[in-house]
Unconditional design. Structure first.
Length: 461
């Protein structure tokens, strides 16, 4: 193996071994472990933990990430080799660590968490480790939803990042600052309660009324891809004031068990809090219609009543549009600044605690040394078996113990003050969804002030 490493220009220090004796015997040990089961066609799994380009983990940090990753997957006893691609940027445009782990454990059993259909466990394990070590998490299919099978969500997905399945709404949201419909409705606690009540009552009209009172309508999806335009094609939630703002009903699901979709409403079977939703059956005739096509831009004459004029009614001016990309860049800058500040604070705290430990250790040592010398002197003068010497030593030892207890309590209070001061100085940055809301509020205030000033200027003219 060392010769092959030299040919590939790899440093042995970049390797981390788990339950393997040495790098020279790693391949032989993995092969021997794999022979314990003849039913597994691919006994070794290749996993990659990748970090963002602006993150700079050390070798020790990446090794700890792999250790926690394997432990979360229940593979702490399995043989594994991890290699760091840490020489940025000659190997990759970001830091990453490749993990070769044997699916077969020391007992000859295969780890179910590495089955090809159990990607959810791997994705959630990586997100858990990233959260514990303070690295960025990429919202995915399995780490953003609460599930009875996989557990609670690990990271929150917002309406702009990561990109939606289609770029259409993402572009519109980036230009206008509009929230996703699912994000807006799920923020309303009464909406969830009314929606559950309507589903439990198996009432289509009550369900539609829940959306109508909030300015939204339900339509049958018109994009059928050759199928008939029925509920099987899905339902869309459409903003009544802006028909181009629409989202699939299923996007409103907070868990994977709700089955909040056209077929799910008709056939029932979804669950919430352990209760099963009844089937609503087909909706009454004419209650739901197929969604009209989106308004598209087309050349229009000035002043003509046309789709262009209708679209212009809700499209803000370019100068009034919210720049989500710039807001996210400010968010990342704030995160970087907070991490640097917290790192400096942690360094100062460690240094202060080290100095305090040394000071108090010296004071404790002086008291203990003085006590020992006093005991020897008393025993030497009065004799080791003297009752007077025994009384003096016992009394003096009690005084020494009291002094030591006071000194230890003083040291603990000093540590507590240092930790409290460091905690108070720590920089915090809100989550992206909260940061974006603050930026949106500030943007709306700026737009309102600019329009007021323009109106005053026009009046003066």
């Amino acid at each position: 193996m060392p010769d092959s490493l030299a040919r590939r220009d790899l440093d042995p220090a970049d390797f981390t071994l788990f339950n393997i004796a040495s790098l020279d015997t790693a391949v032989a040990e993995l092969r021997a472990e794999a022979r314990k089961s003849h039913r597994v066609k691919k006994p070794v799994a290749h996993l990659i933990l990748a970090f963002r380009a602006d993150e700079s983990p050390t070798r020790e940090t990446m090794g700890e990430a792999v250790r926690r990753f394997l432990e979360t997957l229940g593979l702490s006893e399995h043989k594994a080799v991890a290699v760091n691609h840490s020489r940025f940027p000659t190997v990759a445009s970001h830091y990453e660590v490749h993990v070769e782990v044997c699916k077969i454990g020391p007992d000859g059993r295969t780890a179910r968490s590495l089955d090809s259909w159990n990607f959810a466990y791997v994705e959630r394990a990586a997100a858990t480790v990233a959260r514990e070590l303070g690295f960025s998490i990429i919202p995915g299919r399995f780490n953003t939803l609460d599930s009875a099978v996989f557990g609670p969500a690990i990271v929150v997905r917002d309406g702009i990042l990561p990109p939606a399945k289609t770029q259409e709404f993402r572009c519109y949201a980036a230009q206008t600052g509009a929230m996703a419909i699912s994000e807006q409705l799920n923020a309303d606690n009464s909406f969830r309660e009314e929606l559950v009540a309507a589903r439990m009552a198996a009432d289509w009209r009550a369900l539609i009324e829940v959306f109508a009172t909030r300015g939204f309508s339900l339509y049958i999806n018109g994009k059928t891809k050759g199928r008939s335009q029925r509920l099987e094609a899905g339902l869309l939630v459409v903003d009544t004031t802006n028909p181009d703002r629409r989202e699939a009903l299923s996007k409103l699901s907070l868990t994977s068990d709700e089955k909040l979709s056209g077929p799910g409403l008709v056939n029932g079977g979804g669950k919430i809090d352990g209760k099963k939703f009844p089937a609503l059956g087909p909706p009454p005739e004419g209650l739901l219609t197929v969604i009209p096509p989106k308004i598209r831009k087309s050349p229009c004459a000035k002043g003509a009543s046309s789709p262009c004029a209708e679209k212009a009614a809700f499209e803000p001016a370019l100068s009034d549009r919210f720049d989500a990309a710039a807001a996210f860049a400010r968010f990342e800058d704030a995160l970087q600044a907070a991490r640097k500040t917290n790192s400096d604070i942690a360094t100062e705290r460690s240094k202060a605690i080290g100095e305090i430990k040394a000071t108090y250790a010296e004071r404790l040592d002086k008291i203990i040394t003085a006590g020992r010398l006093r005991r020897r002197l008393v025993n030497l003068v009065l004799g080791r078996r003297s009752e007077v010497a025994r009384f003096i030593n016992v009394t003096a030892d009690l005084i020494v113990d009291h002094k030591l207890e006071q000194l230890r309590a003083e040291r603990s209070q000093t540590f507590a003050k240092i930790n409290q001061n460091a905690q108070m100085r720590r920089a915090t940055v809100p989550r992206w969804i909260e940061f974006k809301a603050q930026e949106l509020d500030r943007h709306r205030e700026d737009v309102a002030d600019r329009r007021t000033n323009d109106a005053v200027a026009d009046g003066a003219l």
